[in-house]
Design a protein around this ligand. Structure first.
Ligand code: 0WD
Length: 257
């Protein structure tokens, strides 16, 4: 049964309408899911609420502030979600950050602070959030995160974020093992480049995009909707035998040498 009617999903990381998280929210909404949105800081609340209001029946959505660098904030957020809705059936983690000056030039110049920040927000947050949501996922379900090819091989300018994605990818496997006994699956989508707010921070993003259009098997850029529908699959029962997996939604670019 592909309907998500009667199910509730947490979507973390909708910054604006270009956010990959927004593509995921739209796919889950189409399938009938109830949505809970979290945003990093109060200043994002209005834009998230305005976007959600464009969904038919979006008045049912719930909103919480959650800064993933703050353990207490994470605890409070999921406590509040538990009080307000009870059971959660899945979560989409669409969060990453690195200092802009470290997303260009030579990786060798990565600072200790920049390294730790990138890993803290982009990788450790998945473990912190998974631990917080686990008690709410009493009926089992799925957790999905977003990763990128730059964690598997060297992509120019991706630098410290690539190392953080490698850490995130390994976390997906360890978390899949930890949470499998609770009926919770953990998977990653490796998305092709999509022009979002975060992508603006990556040096020479345009040439990364152009390369996809010219050389990826499907010869076209990845869309938000494509990632959204794969997240929907990974958060639905159709993927019930899949955990600890990474699915590339990148027009097939990752197979090209
Ligand atoms: O080409 C791309 N855009 C790709 C992105 C290709 C492959 C993967 N990804 C990944 C990113 O690395 C990230 O993990 O997809 C994920 C989502 O990124 P996005 O959609 O490209 O970027 P954006 O729209 O800027 O969303 C990033 C979110 C923002 O959401 P909110 O609603 O919180 O503003 O990450 C959030 C950021 O604010 N974020 C945080 N959220 C909570 N606590 C924090 C934080 N401390 N820092 C950043």
């Amino acid at each position: 049964n592909m309907s998500l009617q009667g199910r509730t999903y947490v979507v973390m990381g909708v910054a604006n309408k270009r956010s990959i998280a927004w593509g995921i929210a739209q796919s889950l909404h189409k399938a009938g899911a109830r949505l809970i949105f979290t945003y990093a800081a109060e200043r994002f609340e209005k834009s998230v609420r305005d976007l959600a209001a464009t969904l038919e029946g979006g008045e049912e959505s719930l909103f919480y502030q959650c800064d993933v660098t703050d353990d207490e904030n994470i605890m409070e957020t999921f406590q509040q979600i538990q009080n307000d809705v009870g059971v959660i059936h899945g979560l989409a983690h669409c969060i990453a950050f690195a200092n802009k000056e470290e997303l260009k030039g030579d990786f060798l110049n990565t600072s200790r602070d920049g390294f730790l920040t990138a890993h803290n927000i982009s990788s450790y947050s998945l473990t912190a959030v998974s631990r917080a949501v686990q008690p709410l996922m009493s009926e089992g379900g799925g957790i999905v995160t977003l990763t990128y090819l730059g964690g598997e091989r060297v992509v120019p300018n991706y630098n410290v974020m690539g190392v953080a994605k490698a850490s995130l990818d390994a976390s997906v496997k360890y978390l899949a093992e930890s949470l499998g006994k609770h009926g919770i699956r953990v998977n990653a989508i490796s998305a092709g480049p999509i022009r979002t707010l975060s992508a603006k921070g990556v040096g020479d993003f345009n040439s990364i995009l152009k390369d996809i259009e010219e050389r990826a098997p499907l010869r076209r850029p990845t869309t938000q909707e494509e990632v959204g529908d794969t997240a929907y699959f990974l958060l639905s029962d159709f993927s019930r035998g899949v955990t600890g997996e990474m699915i590339h939604v990148d027009s097939g670019f990752h197979i090209i040498g």
